[in-house]
Structure formats: structure tokens, C-alpha cells
Design a protein around this ligand. Structure first.
Ligand SMILES: Nc1ncnc2c1ncn2[C@@H]1O[C@H](COP(=O)(O)OP(=O)(O)O)[C@@H](O)[C@H]1O
Ligand SMILES: O=C(CO)[C@@H](O)[C@H](O)COP(=O)(O)O
Length: 481
């Protein structure tokens, strides 16, 4: 390995299934070392992870990076959005974190929306109508189901805040991740005291919101990570905002991420406020906005269908007339938290490969339905769709997105765009540059462009028809939720 040209920085992606760490040369963007370690998510009715697993996974991922991590001059943590981390007076978790894909708080999401002036009030005030993923719905669920846990809580954090605080000893967050809580007012860019009072959450329990470009703190003594005391710690952010930074996207460029969650988003200069709730009006980590739509069922759901069929995930076959709505975890886009998977149109001659293709089609249909809504009106519709996340490696995913979007699709060669975005934020702290400009200098979005093909309108219309006709079934709770 050749010597680095500039200082080294560390970028972390603590996402739902695993933690990834990259040591990056701040001058060139070259990844000098990397590591990855898994965490577990509970199954059954809820989705929970003990936050201490994230710390242990971070330690293991950094161990895999070897000596390079010791030399880092700055570090930044990107993390899965929305998770509710409740800490006691010693900074220890009161209980496991409730994750973004835990749908038990669906009644609380509905109730909160109604109690405080309806969907338009929420969209105007916070940028988003609270969906089942949002932190505020989880806090309301906890208050109702485990009041003793709420009483024991002395600090409320998001996943990336938890890790950053263990590094610095200070409770901080950033505008990107704060905008996914439901208690951050996007108009004033501060905590919304009326909303907090409504859910009985003392603002003193919340972290300080660090501004873009500001230092969150420095690495403290007494931790078990390979950083030196005094290493700069950047604000960090939610994983989607980190990936937007990591791609250096300019307003109007659409991104689709295929991971545990599926997301579509674009940077915008305008503060979003969609009262239908399809688009979440998040802030980005940069000072702009990140209108975004998110599905709960993406790579894990399609991989599950492949496993049930005993097929490799690439063993798709064309010509399907089957519709598979892969809502194995309930769904958020469309807003059907009680839904389960639904299959329609099965015939004697349907093959396993066609069923698998139907699962891909169903997952991608949900995301594409929201794509136009996250883009500003004046966005250039011929701009390639940037495809990222673990699923973007798969040919079946790439071809499905291409066929159903009718757009050119660009697949960046860089694999870990969330961790790269965090690294760009850390590098920006050292050099005083805009982190998105750092990422553009690193050329992180470079990769092959698959030309546009004619959009498969027939499949899109068939799926939309089944979705609409099956609405009462999809709204009905099943006995597993
Ligand atoms: N070569 C591949 N083809 C298709 N899917 C893949 C491939 N490699 C990984 N994946 C999928 O990527 C997912 C993990 O993506 P990732 O973006 O790391 O998830 P998350 O950030 O949500 O933890 C896995 O669920 C797996 O199904
Ligand atoms: O809830 C959302 C976005 O609103 C998810 O995108 C989470 O941020 C989880 O991300 P991954 O672990 O799938 O990357």
C-alpha cells in the first residue's frame, strides 16, 4: 500500500444490519483500510437492537482497519435514522433501541397526527407527517407500554448520536438526523417545544444540534477504540444524508438506495412539506433539504422470497404476470404498517424465477411511485438515477430499476457511500471545505451508466391495480403484528 498523500480520516456507517468503517486519505479519497461487523436485530413483533452492539461492531470494524485507524485526524459517524435510544443517568441503555422498521407504533403515529392538527400541521411544522418509523411515535409507544422505561430515561438519542457521544462524552446530534425525529421544527431549525410537551418529553433530555461544519467534540480518554485523544469528531448524520454527502449530489439529482430499507431522495434548496406523508421532508447534513421516501421492504424481503423458492437471488425469469407485493414487514411507502406480503395471478405455468422477478418488481414499484415526488418541479428528468446500497451490486436489481424507471441508471463503483459521506464530512472539518465538494473532488459517484430502456408501463399499471384492489386486505392487521 502506498503512503497516503494527505491526513487520514475515518467514516463510519452504523446501519441496520452491520457497521462499516473506512479509513480514507483526505486528499484523494482513496480507501486505505476498511472493516465491517454485523449486529443483530430482533425478530417477531418488534425490531430492536441493544446499542452496545453498535459500539462493539464499531470496535471490531476499526480493528479490521489495522494501524491506519490509529493515524486518523478526524472521524465522523453516519447511522440508521430514527431509532429511539434511551439512556439512564450513567449513559447506559435503559432498554434495547426501537428501530426505524419496528411497526408497533402504528397506532401512535395515527393518533399523534390526529391529536396535533392533522397531516398538514405536521408537514408545515416538521416537514413530515409522522410515519411509523419516526422517533416520536416510538417514544409515544414506550410511554404507553413501558412507562417505567420512560421514567428511567435521562437522555434520548438517535443511533449516530449514541456512538458520537461515546467518542466525545458530549450529547450532540445534527440537523439531518434530528429532522427524522418528529420533534424538530424544520421552519425554525430547533426542537419544537409544543410537540415535545404533547408527548411528555423534556427538551433537556435531547442532544445539542451541531451545525454543519461545526466540530461535535474531540475523542476523549478512556474508550476502547484505536483513536488518539483529541482526534476531531464531526457532527455525523443519518445514513441517507451521509450518502447524499458521500455522492456530492447537487439539487435535482435522484438517488435510489437499495438496502434493508429502500429509499429515493434528492437534495433540494426548498424546505419540503408534503401533507400526503409520502415524502418525508428531511434536512440534509449540509444546510439544504433532503425530501425522501422510504420502504420497509427491500433487499431482505426479496432475498427472503429467493430463499423460500430455493433460488439464487439472481435467478429471475422474465414474462411474469404475477404480482407480488413484498410487504413482509408491514410497509411505510405506501403507508400500510399492518400489511403482509400478497401474491396475485399465480398459474400452473408460473415459474419460480418469475415469482422472484415479481418480488423485485413489487419492491421497486413502491420506490418509483415516489421518485417524481422527491424531485423539484424543474429537475431534469433525463438525469441518471444513482443506484447505491448493497442491492445496487445485483444485476437483477439494476435491470429491474432500469426497466421500471425508464431512466438511465448510474451505479457508482464506490461501495460504501454512507461511510464515504461521513469520511467527507470529517475531511471537510480538517480542510474547511464543503463536504459535498470534497466528495466531488474524490469522484465518488463515478461508475458505469446503463442506458435508458422503454419504461415497462404494463407491469407498473398491473401492480398499481392490485395494490388498489387489495387495499382492504392490506390494511387489515394479521396475527403476527
Ligand atoms: N451482490 C449483491 N446483489 C444483490 N444484493 C446484495 C448484494 N450484496 C449485498 N446485497 C444486499 O444488500 C443488503 C445489505 O445492503 P446494505 O446497504 O449494506 O444494508 P444496510 O445499510 O441496510 O444494513 C443485504 O440485505 C443483501 O441482500
Ligand atoms: O428509515 C429510514 C429512512 O427514513 C431508513 O433508510 C433507515 O435510515 C435505515 O437505513 P438502512 O439501514 O437500510 O441503510
Amino acid at each position: 500500500m502506498s503512503a497516503a498523500e494527505g491526513p487520514l480520516v475515518v467514516g463510519v456507517d452504523s446501519s441496520t444490519q452491520s457497521t462499516k468503517a473506512l479509513v480514507v486519505d483526505a486528499s484523494t479519497g482513496r480507501v486505505v483500510a476498511s472493516g465491517q461487523a454485523p449486529h443483530t436485530v430482533s425478530s417477531g413483533a418488534g425490531r430492536e437492537t441493544d446499542p452496545r452492539q453498535w459500539w462493539d461492531a464499531l470496535r471490531e470494524a476499526l480493528r479490521q482497519c489495522g494501524d491506519a485507524a490509529h493515524e486518523a485526524a478526524a472521524v465522523s459517524v453516519g447511522g440508521q435514522q430514527h431509532g429511539l435510544v434511551t439512556l439512564d443517568g450513567h449513559g447506559e441503555p435503559v432498554r434495547p433501541a426501537l428501530l426505524w422498521n419496528d411497526v408497533r407504533s402504528a397506532p401512535q403515529a395515527r393518533r399523534l397526527t390526529e391529536e396535533l392538527g392533522g397531516a398538514k400541521f405536521w408537514a408545515d411544522r416538521t416537514g413530515s407527517v409522522p410515519a411509523v418509523s419516526f422517533t416520536i411515535t416510538k417514544w409515544a409507544w414506550l410511554a404507553e407500554h413501558e412507562p417505567e422505561a420512560v421514567r428511567a430515561t435521562k437522555a434520548v438519542r438517535l443511533p449516530h448520536d449514541y456512538l458520537t457521544e461515546r467518542l466525545t462524552g458530549q450529547g450532540t446530534t445534527d440537523r439531518g438526523d434530528a429532522s427524522g425525529t418528529g420533534w424538530w421544527a424544520s421552519g425554525t431549525e430547533g426542537y419544537d417545544e409544543e410537540i415535545l410537551a404533547h408527548v411528555g418529553l423534556d427538551p433537556a433530555l435531547l442532544p445539542r444540534v451541531v451545525r454543519p461544519g461545526e466540530v461535535a467534540g474531540t475523542v476523549r480518554d478512556g474508550h476502547d477504540l484505536p483513536f488518539s485523544r483529541g482526534t476531531l469528531v464531526a457532527p455525523g448524520t443519518g445514513d441517507n444524508a451521509a450518502a447524499a454527502l458521500g455522492l456530492g449530489v447537487r439539487p435535482g439529482v435522484p438517488v435510489m438506495s437499495l438496502g434493508t430499507s429502500g429509499t429515493v431522495y434528492a437534495v433540494s434548496r426548498h424546505r419540503p412539506a408534503d401533507p400526503t406523508g409520502t415524502v418525508a421532508g428531511f434536512a440534509d447534513a449540509h444546510g439544504d433539504w433532503l425530501p425522501l421516501a422510504c420502504t420497509l421492504n427491500c433487499t431482505l424481503a426479496v432475498d427472503r422470497v429467493a430463499a423460500l423458492l430455493g433460488l439464487d437471488r439472481e435467478a429471475v425469469e422474465p414474462g411474469t404476470a404475477v404480482t407480488l407485493l413484498p410487504y413482509l414487514d408491514g410497509e411505510r411507502t405506501p403507508n400500510l404498517p399492518n400489511a403482509s406480503g400478497l401474491l396475485h395471478g399465480l398459474r400452473h405455468d408460473t415459474t419460480g424465477g418469475q415469482l422472484l422477478q415479481a418480488a423485485y418488481d413489487g419492491a421497486v414499484h413502491s420506490l418509483l411511485g415516489a421518485l417524481d415526488l422527491v424531485l423539484d418541479e424543474d429537475a431534469d428528468r433525463s438525469e441518471p438515477l444513482l443506484l447505491i446500497g448493497g442491492g445496487a451490486r445485483g444485476t437483477a436489481w439494476q435491470q429491474t430499476v432500469r426497466r421500471l424507471s425508464g431512466r438511465p441508471v448510474q451505479v457508482p463503483e464506490a461501495k460504501e457511500l454512507v461511510a464515504l459521506g461521513a469520511a467527507a464530512q470529517a475531511a471537510g472539518l480538517l480542510t474547511g471545505e464543503d463536504p459535498a465538494a470534497v466528495a466531488r473532488r474524490w469522484d465518488t459517484a463515478a461508475g458505469p451508466v446503463l442506458d435508458a430502456v422503454e419504461r415497462d408501463e404494463e407491469t407498473l399499471a398491473r401492480i398499481a391495480g392490485v395494490l388498489s384492489d387489495a387495499a382492504p386486505l392490506l390494511e387489515r392487521p394479521t396475527n403476527t403484528h
